[in-house]
Ligand binder design. Structure first.
Ligand code: FES
Length: 216
């Protein structure tokens, strides 16, 4: 057999190879495009937290020991079903109205478990989630179970109406005696900077924030 005899076969193989590559690229593109699209998707949802009153201050400053008071709230009266929540107000015994001060009067926790969002309940030693057993201490730090991070906290202030208001929501990490604040993340997601590139994989952010407060 001469080289001339083989040439058409080689060309056919080349054409078949090119066709295969082309088909592969097409299939790959069909599969890869949505994946890339999801990875490159912009932040899915940014909302502004609407400050909401929890009740008069005197309703929250009589706690004895660790017995945070549950306060239901509705962030958007026009959409009560999707904007309701429950905060746990812990009176520290302090008197400072600055929520970041060492002697801050209150710590206000979210009851949303950071695993998949079940309602955590307060106990005498912290908080417990009934769904999969996560436990949190009196600072909201995770002590057991699958929850990946501490309970979220609310920024708060006492307004002229003498009511306690929550004005922002933060995810937190506890760093010794300090609390580090992060833009709030939905349950199950790591915090910004906690896992490299995680923001691209978990793009949803529920609230827009100003700069995160610095630990004091
Ligand atoms: S939702 Fe709380 S432990 Fe799973």
């Amino acid at each position: 057999m001469t080289n001339h005899d083989r040439e058409p076969t080689t060309n056919r193989r080349g054409l078949l190879g090119l066709a295969t590559i082309g088909l592969g690229a097409t299939v790959g593109g069909v599969i890869a495009a949505p994946v890339a699209g999801s990875l490159l998707a912009p932040v899915t949802r940014r909302e502004t937290f609407r400050p909401v009153p929890l009740g008069p201050v005197h309703a929250f400053n009589r706690e004895d020991g660790f017995a945070p008071i549950a306060a239901a709230y509705v962030e958007d009266p026009a959409q009560p079903l999707v904007s309701q929540g429950l905060a746990y107000v812990h009176y520290t015994g302090g008197s400072d109205h600055d929520w970041l001060a060492a002697g801050a009067m209150f710590v206000v926790f979210s009851n949303r478990c950071t695993h998949v969002g079940c309602p955590a309940q307060s106990t005498s030693i912290g908080f417990a989630c009934p769904c999969h057993g996560s436990q949190f201490d009196q600072r909201g730090g995770r002590t057991a179970g699958p929850a990946p991070r501490p309970l979220d906290r609310f920024q708060w202030e006492i307004r002229r109406d003498h009511h306690l208001w929550i004005t922002q929501r933060w995810s937190v990490l506890l760093d010794g005696d300090h609390v580090r604040y992060f833009p709030v993340k939905p349950p199950g997601e790591p915090l910004t900077g906690q896992v490299p590139a995680a923001d691209a994989l978990y793009p949803a952010i529920t609230y827009s924030h100003g700069p995160a407060p610095k630990p004091r």
